[in-house]
Design a protein around this ligand. Structure first.
Ligand code: SF4
Length: 380
């Protein structure tokens, strides 16, 4: 990778849709010897994994349940995979449009290395089209419509090390669509003692998912609702494959957390939440953390109000009553539902305020007060 000037780098960053989320600490630390990042308008054309060649130069992508059949010179639904004369390519390999250093709590992971930072990356594109998307500026665009950087997997790991991040997070848009890049970064990171976390909507086929679980450490799934109608009309996806993904992750032994963004009138039915909680307890057990996150009007859903805090509290109570042990409230800084309580003795074992950790009372994976084991990954 060639060096670029500081001015050019800042200009590139200014073009990045996620500028608002770029951590000032990250920016400050990139002067001047770290300026190795170039913008690139060129697509990368690296051969994709998990596709089948069909007659007449068509291909079938098997990364996600859409299984797009793509003709020559055409792209799949996510817009970042292209067929060239019967060979299928990913166009965003090594082309992240967002690079950041975030608290791991922002993903959110609450039972995975709390208080640490995650070197976070994303490319353009997504395999669904949620009307409420919180990162639509990068997820709902084609790679040509956004400024990206040119960063190899080795360089991502190098940066994570340089900024002291014990994990790399594939996040913001939908990492499944940049699967090959995520996989290669993860493998190198893993060999270098850096963990990998994935933040996904869960639309992935079982075979690529099982491969991925071999090189990543934790996966957070956005379970966007618990009925198909919502998935069809609001997400343009399907619930069933997401539930299969959740079961497979749990079976793989990798750390799993679930987020449920509560949207007023659309997915806030107490009955759905009761059914979802019962399903989770039955299929993945009662110690997978669930975060009920507050919705803010965004993208194509500016007509709805933010979620009332009382709704989040009501849904949290239902889930706790159904037996789930760790149920959190997200996007409400200072709420009691941000803290982790020991399920046995009731003491606060992780005290949070927003993304800030005030105190951790967990030692060697056990509650400091009563020594009961707390599920999660607590030590670097
Ligand atoms: S990853 Fe993209 S191209 Fe492949 S099936 Fe999913 S939406 Fe289609």
């Amino acid at each position: 990778m060639k060096k670029s000037g500081r001015r050019k780098f800042i200009k590139n960053l200014s073009s990045c849709a996620l500028l608002a989320s770029i951590n000032p600490k990250f920016l400050k630390s990139l002067f001047p010897e770290d300026l190795f990042l170039n913008s690139s308008s060129e697509l990368s054309y690296v051969e994709a994994k998990f596709y089948k060649k069909l007659p007449d130069n068509e291909v079938k992508c098997e990364i996600c349940p859409r299984e797009c059949v793509v003709g020559d010179k055409e792209r799949g639904y996510c817009g970042v995979r292209e067929n060239k004369k019967g060979k299928y390519y990913i166009l965003v390999y090594g082309r992240p449009c967002a690079l950041n250093v975030d608290p791991i709590e922002k993903k959110p992971f609450f039972h995975f290395l709390p208080g640490t930072e995650a070197f976070s990356i994303a490319t353009a594109g997504c395999n669904v089209n949620c009307k409420f998307c919180q990162n639509w500026q990068i997820s709902q665009v084609r790679p040509e419509q956004i400024r990206s950087f040119d960063v190899s997997p080795e360089e991502i790991v190098k940066y994570a090390k340089r900024y002291g991040a014990p994990s790399i997070s594939y996040t913001y848009s939908e990492p499944i669509i940049f699967y090959e890049y995520m996989y290669d970064v993860s493998l190198i990171a893993w060999r270098n003692g850096i963990r990998n976390t994935v933040v996904t909507g869960g639309h992935i086929n079982p075979e690529p998912l099982l491969e991925l679980t071999k090189v990543v450490d934790a996966i957070k799934v956005d379970l966007k609702a618990f009925h198909e109608k919502f998935f069809k009309e609001i997400v343009r996806g399907e619930l069933k494959p997401v539930l299969e993904t959740i079961k497979l992750i749990k079976k793989s032994g990798k750390w799993l957390e679930i987020v449920y963004l509560v949207i007023p009138t659309l997915n806030d039915s107490p009955e759905d939440i009761r059914k979802m909680s019962q399903w989770l307890v039955k299929e993945v057990g009662n110690d997978v953390p669930i975060h009920f996150s507050r919705f803010y009007p965004m993208y194509l859903m500016k007509n709805l109000p933010p979620t009332p805090i009382s709704t989040l509290e009501k849904l949290r109570d239902i889930t706790i009553k159904e037996g789930v042990k760790y149920v959190y409230i997200g996007n409400v800084p200072g709420h009691e539902g941000e803290k982790t309580f020991c399920e046995k003795c009731g003491q606060i074992i992780v005290d949070r305020f927003g993304y800030t950790i005030r105190n951790i009372n967990i030692k060697n994976g056990k509650c400091k007060f009563c020594l009961s084991k707390i599920p999660g990954v607590w030590n670097i």
